[in-house]
Ligand binder design. Structure first.
Ligand code: R2B
Ligand code: URA
Length: 320
């Protein structure tokens, strides 16, 4: 069975669950929020951009960057973690921007968060929401520091699909991302001259070591030749980076009517040249800021807060 996405055309966030209407309260357990305990419309009704990323620290840093870039009052250092009542996820709201961590690595972590985040946006009556996942990734035939905007997310068999186990069935979902958004992000990247940005396929795996052809895990049953042959097949299929969440992110967001994109920086070396991450910490930190910087530019343009003079600031931001 294949599920297809369906935009209703009114810009609203769709939940496709007939049981929700009959619930007395919807408890968003992992976010420590609920429809009775919180006025979600007041708290979140103006959200237009959601940025999802791996680590709580990175998502706080993104929120602080947005605070500064949107010219909000104060230094943004004391931004409140809306999910502070739980140590599962961290969430920061800065004007119309929500920055949320996916808690851990891999499909289950991001999938739980997405279910609750999407219900939150639905209860809050948000509309025309754009959601972007930012992440690190391994590169295939491209240099570290390159930013990849995903056009198609594929699984480990190089197929554009996400297999969701529902009860004892496997349901195939389409991991489609928003084509216009992908192009728009690439156009934004052209105004930032300090790092290369490409649109290419992204491969999503179930784990970091055996699933990504890493020779350095606690278990490894394949040779270097087999690893390289697999990575070459992926490269020939158009894959340029590897991470662990893109297919489920694209599938769930697409089904719920959100405009979605995945923007990853290549952090490890080119995987054809090895597996180990050897770049100095400061270099990795700077790489991790690149997707944030691109998204911040995209958001500012949408809000009419960007002008050509800021090109100079961009260069300054990246060089400091
Ligand atoms: C990128 O980085 C993590 C693994 O190191 C994983 O969450 C991903 O997709
Ligand atoms: N994240 C991954 O999943 N793989 C890498 O190689 C780097 C980051």
């Amino acid at each position: 069975m294949t599920e297809r996405k369906g935009y209703a055309g009114n810009g609203l966030v769709h939940v496709k669950n007939p049981h929700l209407d009959s619930m007395d309260e919807d408890v968003l357990y992992h976010l420590n929020l609920g429809t009775k305990t919180h006025n979600l419309t007041v708290m979140f009704g103006d959200i237009k951009f959601v940025c999802v990323g791996g680590s709580p620290n990175r998502m706080k840093a993104f929120a602080q960057l947005m605070h500064k870039e949107l010219g909000l009052e104060g230094d943004g250092k004391d931004l409140k973690d809306i999910c502070a009542g739980t140590d599962r996820y961290s969430m920061y709201k800065v004007g119309p921007v929500l920055s949320i961590s996916q808690h851990g690595m891999g499909i289950p972590c991001i999938s739980i968060m997405l279910h609750e985040l999407i219900k939150l946006l639905h209860h809050a009556k948000c509309h025309d929401v754009t959601i972007i996942r930012i992440s690190t990734s391994g590169g295939l035939g491209i240099d570290p520091g390159t930013v990849v905007i995903t056009d198609i997310a594929v699984d480990s068999s190089l197929k554009a699909r996400f297999e969701q186990v529902i009860l004892d069935n496997i349901v195939v979902r389409s991991p489609e991302l928003d084509k216009d958004l992908v192009e728009e992000l690439l156009n934004c990247s052209k105004e930032i001259h300090d790092f290369p940005t490409l649109i290419r396929h992204t491969m999503r795996t179930y784990d970091f070591y055996e699933g990504q052809g890493q020779l350095g895990g606690a278990l490894c049953s394949f040779s270097n030749e087999k690893k390289l042959a697999y990575l070459k097949r992926a490269y020939n299929a158009g894959v340029r980076n590897i991470e662990m969440e893109s297919t489920v992110f694209a599938a769930i967001c697409g089904l719920c009517g959100l405009k979605a994109a995945v923007v990853c920086v290549v952090c490890v070396l080119n995987r054809f040249e090895g597996d180990q991450m050897k770049a100095p910490h400061e270099v990795l930190v700077e790489y991790q800021r690149r997707p944030q910087h691109l998204i911040s530019l995209f958001i500012k343009k949408h809000l009419g807060l960007y002008n050509q003079m800021e090109l100079l600031d961009n260069a300054f931001f990246l060089n400091n």
